[in-house]
Design a protein. Structure first.
Length: 700
């Protein structure tokens, strides 16, 4: 169990980490007003990545923590599915009921009929991933985690060989910070902190590449506006210019890369005019971007997730990651390509996840294809039987999963039993048979590792939970008892699991982490910059990736892998606009929300105002649409009604809907994911959230 909070009267600040699905994983200082109440949340000044800066939504976390609509008691459904009619139930009765339904599903269809479904509503290693221990111990259907990182990670690993790069703090020591395909102002504010420091302290330039003039583009010295899904064409043209202008570092290329002469020859025809026709970016802008990169070798490429959420996303990520290998930027402090530090921590999560009892013959179901899975698609079910029982923790698939109309159909099935363990009555919770109240990160013990930095940070329990809220670990352990799952991890407390994980991973102890608040895991410079070679057998960066064997944790490949480019190239597999669907829509992140989290907090709602789609003024005129008009977007998957905002910071033919609003905020209850597709991206699956062809018209 978690420890009881005993607050020393003199100590009014608690130390924690932001648990949300954001690479920044900020180190936090939380004002503790009493044993149940928090005040302001601040970024830790003495953590040199967070550097005292956090986003506004987490700074006012008290709005969420003490929200009047927190779920406080277990509930069971008493009306039709989705009616919102629930009655209170005791914890014991609720857990007994869930266990009974799981055992019933197992008797009827086998253990794979039960599908534990979770994601990154908390990124804590114990409270997020402990659900895997239950699934492994019981051989429940597996969870192929595809919704977020797969295209980006596999594209980065295709060249570099692993998901790690230079110390992210080196951004402040760069002469050029390229922020590519991530709106850091909205989604990971610390990137801006370090980039702006480089500008102030050493006259660095900031270049941004994105699909609309968002906050990050506005702050950049050079904003490179591209059409969605065309980033690889830009990257190819930049490399063309670097070879053409003598800015390629041939000593580096010969020593550290696999096929530089083949690359140079391949790029001869990929000049700025070629790229401009694909990206919509003026030739002069592409030339200026290439000139900056060529002149400022000490360039840090901060490559984001956004541009990889496209059917050609992995190929785009790979192409962008090739640029610093052409210039040899990797050799310099403040140079190289960084996407995420996932592979530096090397934490042994055997006890947390029950990896020692994982049976790899159990089927793995694709998280992003939940709609197809729950509506009985044979291929999505991987040839197995139906899913008839689920427990959902830390995610809200009714809102955030692609192909929403199918997801809704699936959750409406009368023969599907669903338990949702949540902090709020989300749209997924509303479809549940049993709803269990969950703790927030401030109310349980957990540990976090950075994605955008190199720290492991402790997040201990700081306040008592309201009502009858319980943490994920306790719920999973209680359920395990009732369904006959055995594993030593169920009997351990979160603190014991953290301590054990740190010890076996040779990362110290819980006591040490508690004393120091965080642990810096940054590898040495030579390793982080691959100066002794990239992690391939020949030590060479791959301009020619082997997509079939890119090192990645996924259980199987998806999509047209054999058709992927063999050298960096624009791969024309995006959902191109056509006569019936003349626009391309991207569902970029809103500043006040984090996926569907914070859509309940008053300040975020007030700042975001209402669901809106940005459209170029000339497109709006052609469609007879005025600023603020109510419009309908549609495609073969669904329709969405929202308000138009005329904005010349998008390219013609492109629509941007900053999301994710709750479905209930739209007329007809159809959220923006009614328009997004769930067809899996090559090579390892994922959802193309920013790659949708649509039509738009004024609503009647
Ligand atoms: S920037 Fe990201 S990690 Fe930092 S507080 Fe905000 S959501 Fe959390």
């Amino acid at each position: 169990m978690n420890q009881t909070v005993r607050l020393p009267t003199a100590k009014r600040i608690g130390y924690s980490a932001c648990p949300h699905d954001c690479p920044s994983t900020c180190a936090l200082e939380v004002e503790l007003l009493d044993e149940r109440t928090i005040g302001r949340v601040r970024g830790s000044k003495d953590n040199d990545y967070t550097a005292g800066v956090i986003c506004a939504k987490v700074a006012r976390y008290a709005e969420r923590e003490h929200h009047a609509k927190r779920l406080l008691h277990p509930l069971r459904r008493v009306g039709p599915k989705g009616s919102g009619q629930f009655a209170p139930i005791s914890w014991d009765d609720a857990l007994d009921l869930v266990a009974e339904e799981f055992l019933k599903a197992e008797r009827r269809h086998g253990t794979e009929a039960v599908w534990p479904y979770f994601y990154a509503g908390t990124m804590g290693l114990v409270q997020r991933d402990g659900i895997n221990r239950l699934r492994h111990a019981k051989k429940y259907s597996g969870f192929h985690s595809t919704i977020c990182v797969n295209p980006a990670y596999s594209g980065f690993a295709a060249g570099v060989g692993r998901i790690a790069g230079p110390d992210p703090r080196e951004m402040a020591k760069s002469d050029l910070v390229v922020i590519w395909g991530t709106n850091a102002v909205n989604t990971q504010v610390n990137v801006m902190t370090h980039a702006i420091r480089a500008r102030k302290e050493r006259g660095a330039k900031i270049a941004a590449v994105d699909i609309y003039m968002n906050g990050t583009m506005e702050q950049a010295d050079l904003a490179v506006l591209v059409k969605p899904g065309t980033d690889a064409a830009l990257a190819c043209a930049v490399m063309h210019c670097l070879f053409r202008d003598g800015k390629a570092d041939w000593d580096y290329l010969d020593k550290y890369t696999d096929a530089p002469r083949e690359l140079e020859a391949h790029l001869k025809t990929r000049d700025p005019a070629w790229a401009s026709a694909i990206t919509g970016t003026p030739v002069d802008t592409i030339e200026e971007f290439a000139r900056l990169i060529g002149e400022r070798k000490r360039a840090f490429f901060r490559l984001g997730y956004g541009f990889a959420r496209s059917r050609n996303g992995a190929a785009s990520m790979h192409a962008a990651s090739c640029i610093p290998a052409v210039t040899g930027a990797w050799t310099l402090e403040g140079g190289g390509a960084f996407h995420n530090n996932a592979e530096i921590f090397k934490l042994d999560k055997t006890l947390i996840e029950g990896l020692d009892v994982h049976d790899r013959s159990v089927r793995m179901l694709d998280q992003s294809r939940i709609g197809a899975i729950l509506t009985g698609d044979r291929e999505a079910l991987r040839g197995g039987g139906p899913v008839t029982a689920m427990i959902v923790q830390n995610t809200n698939p009714m809102s955030v999963a692609p192909d929403q109309n199918k997801v809704k159909q699936g959750f409406a099935r009368d023969d599907l039993f669903v338990c949702v363990h949540e902090q709020f009555m989300t749209e997924t919770a509303k479809m549940a048979d049993v709803v269990l109240p969950a703790t927030t990160f401030l109310e349980h013990d957990d540990v976090y590792r950075g994605g955008g930095h190199q720290y492991i940070i402790l997040g201990p329990k700081l306040v008592e939970p309201p009502g009858e809220c319980r943490d994920n670990h306790t719920v999973i352990a209680e359920l395990a008892k009732r369904v006959g799952a055995s594993h030593p991890g169920f009997a351990m407390s979160p603190r014991e699991l953290i301590d054990q994980m740190l010890r076996v991973s040779k990362r110290g102890t819980l006591a040490e982490l508690e004393a120091n608040r965080w642990l810096d895991c940054q590898p040495a410079f030579r390793q982080a910059h691959y100066l002794d070679g990239f992690p391939w057998a020949d030590g060479k960066f791959r301009f020619k990736p082997q997509w079939e064997t890119v090192p990645f944790r996924s259980p199987y490949q998806s999509g047209p892998v054999a058709a992927m480019p063999r050298l960096p190239d624009y791969w024309a597999v995006v959902e191109e606009a056509d006569a019936a669907h003349p626009f391309r829509l991207a569902t970029s992140p809103a500043r006040g929300f984090l996926n569907s989290t914070f859509t309940e907090t008053p300040t975020s709602l007030a700042n975001e105002k209402r669901p809106t789609v940005m459209i170029h003024p000339e497109d709006a005129v052609e469609q007879g649409i005025g600023d603020g008009d109510y419009v309908v977007l549609g495609n073969t998957r669904g329709q969405v009604r929202l308000h138009a905002k005329l904005f010349d910071g998008v390219r013609r033919g492109v629509l941007i809907a900053e999301s994710i609003w709750p479905n209930a905020a739209y007329a007809d209850g159809c959220g923006v994911n009614s328009l997004t597709g769930a067809d899996p991206i090559a090579p390892y699956g994922g959802a193309a959230f920013h790659d949708n062809k649509v039509w738009v018209r004024k609503a009647e």
